[in-house]
Design a protein around this ligand. Structure first.
Ligand code: AR6
Length: 185
């Protein structure tokens, strides 16, 4: 747990679907129609209502309900959380590393802003883009921790932002990023 001026960052090794934070963040794809990894686990645990809510959101001509780097919020079906913040991280491509870094930053910022807009005092994030989307974990952890910790240095407050890491190695990498983080950057 690392206390900051307007909330704390916590790391846990566990499953995002079990979190009783006001919101959980889903590592979704642009269709918001479900998938594997965190997305699959969340849809299975939330029940069919979640998919119905997602499919009600407007889609563009290519079937996208959420663009890369953006978020959409729904209720959370049978999950303990109240809201699911569906966040579409970038699929990592080394040739466009800078753009991928910017998109990963943006998706974390927008997820935090959405949590505030929905009155959430606590929110749990998975390690967005670090599975099927192949974002290198060390860089992803530094970006995610920096965006969240910087956000919690200024109002509005979110009492608790929890990163839920699925594997020990991911937990260790996030722990190092959080330990190394300083407001000066
Ligand atoms: N709780 C917490 N973390 C988890 C869980 C869980 N239940 N399951 C996996 N992880 P991924 P992405 C970790 O692939 O890379 C989906 O099919 C996992 O170890 O879920 O953003 C979507 O529909 C990894 O570190 O998300 C998209 O198509 C991290 O969560 C695509 O995958 C993210 O892995 C999104 O890819």
């Amino acid at each position: 747990m690392r206390p900051l001026k307007h909330g704390s960052v916590e790391l846990v090794l566990g499953n995002i679907v079990d979190q009783d934070t006001d919101a959980i963040v889903n590592a979704a794809n642009t269709s918001l129609a479900g998938g594997g990894g965190v997305d699959g686990a969340i849809h299975r645990a939330a029940g069919p209502t979640l998919k119905q809510l997602c499919l009600k959101l407007p889609e563009d001509e290519r079937g996208r309900r959420c663009q890369t780097g953006h978020v959409q919020v729904t209720a959370a079906g049978n999950l303990p959380a109240k809201f699911v913040i569906h966040a579409v991280g970038p699929f990592y491509n080394e040739r466009y590393a800078k753009k991928c870094h910017a998109q990963l930053r943006q998706v974390h910022t927008l997820a935090l802003q959405a949590a505030v807009q929905h009155g959430c005092g606590s929110v749990a994030f998975p390690a967005i883009s670090t599975g099927a989307y192949r974002f290198p974990i060390v860089d992803a952890a530094r970006i995610a921790v920096d965006v969240v910790a910087s956000f919690l240095q200024t109002p509005p407050a979110i009492s608790l932002v929890r990163f839920v890491l699925f594997k020990q190695r991911q937990y260790d990498v996030f722990a190092e990023a959080l330990e190394d983080w300083s407001p000066a950057g």
